[in-house]
Design a protein around this ligand. Structure first.
Ligand code: MN
Length: 251
């Protein structure tokens, strides 16, 4: 089986190395990732600049291709130009930091997986929680179980957002199928001055409200479970669509 491995933390991040190494034990892995960290770039793509692809070696061995673009660019260029054959599955990660709740909207990790799904490839975003110190060991093992399940099912067209707690493997309680939780942040702009006296702002924020429940992604991770959320990128609000049929937009 052929696997495309990408991420948004950049080709030099630890998580992508763990992921590529682990999947490399059982699959033909091609690594294509941004040359630098591109976290929180969402689904941006590069249209007005050339994309350059450079070979990256780690310990004198070919590791993968670094692209001066976004995570979504990486999947596009892999399928469109780098890989000879379409991959059976796209794995994006292992991201340093959970992508639960609305984080998934901003996430380059999730967007790379979405890009895979958009060209009908079975796609998985995988992240580990920073709470507990970003442990990649269990996630690296778990991807082997996950890909086995996907292979058994024949790599169907699906899109999964997987989040893993950063706890020792023997403390993982199991796997929960979850939904994306509703989360609210209060944005706070730290106002500062640069050396020439010009004002600049730095976005920080705090979590003010996070939906809780056994079927919520962030709750599952907090309680020691691997969280698997099936997601889609069709943004249509079906319920509202029905309600709006009774409104008069013509007047
Ligand atoms: Mn990231």
């Amino acid at each position: 089986m052929r696997v495309l491995v990408t991420n948004d933390d950049g080709i030099h991040a630890k998580g992508i190395e763990v992921l590529a190494k682990s999947l490399g034990r059982i699959a033909e892995v091609t690594v294509v990732a941004p040359e630098i960290e591109r976290s929180a770039v969402g689904h941006g793509i590069t249209l007005n600049n050339p994309l350059r692809v450079d070979k990256v070696y780690k310990s004198q061995k070919f590791f993968g291709y670094a692209v001066n673009g976004t995570p979504a660019d990486c999947v596009k260029i892999s399928v469109g130009a780098i890989m000879e054959h379409k991959p059976d599955v796209v794995f994006s990660g292992i991201n340093n930091g959970a992508n639960t709740g609305t984080d998934a909207i901003y996430s380059g990790t999730v967007s790379a997986a979405i890009e895979g799904a958009m060209v009908d490839i079975c796609s998985v975003a995988i992240s580990v929680s920073r709470v507990g110190g970003s442990r990649f060991d269990y996630a690296g093992e778990y991807v082997l179980k996950l890909i086995e399940t996907l292979a058994e099912k024949g790599f169907p067209k699906l899109l999964l957002n997987v989040n893993i707690p950063s706890i020792p493997a023997d403390e993982i309680k199991g796997v929960r199928l979850t939904r994306q939780g509703r989360v609210r942040f209060r944005d706070y702009f730290d106002k500062r001055q640069d050396p020439s006296g010009r004002t600049y702002y730095w976005l920080t924020g705090e979590l003010t409200d996070s939906e809780e429940g056994t079927d919520i992604d962030s709750t599952a991770v907090k309680e020691g479970y691997v969280s698997i959320t099936p997601i889609h990128y069709d943004l249509t609000d079906e319920k509202l669509l029905e309600q709006l049929r009774d409104w008069n937009f013509e007047k």
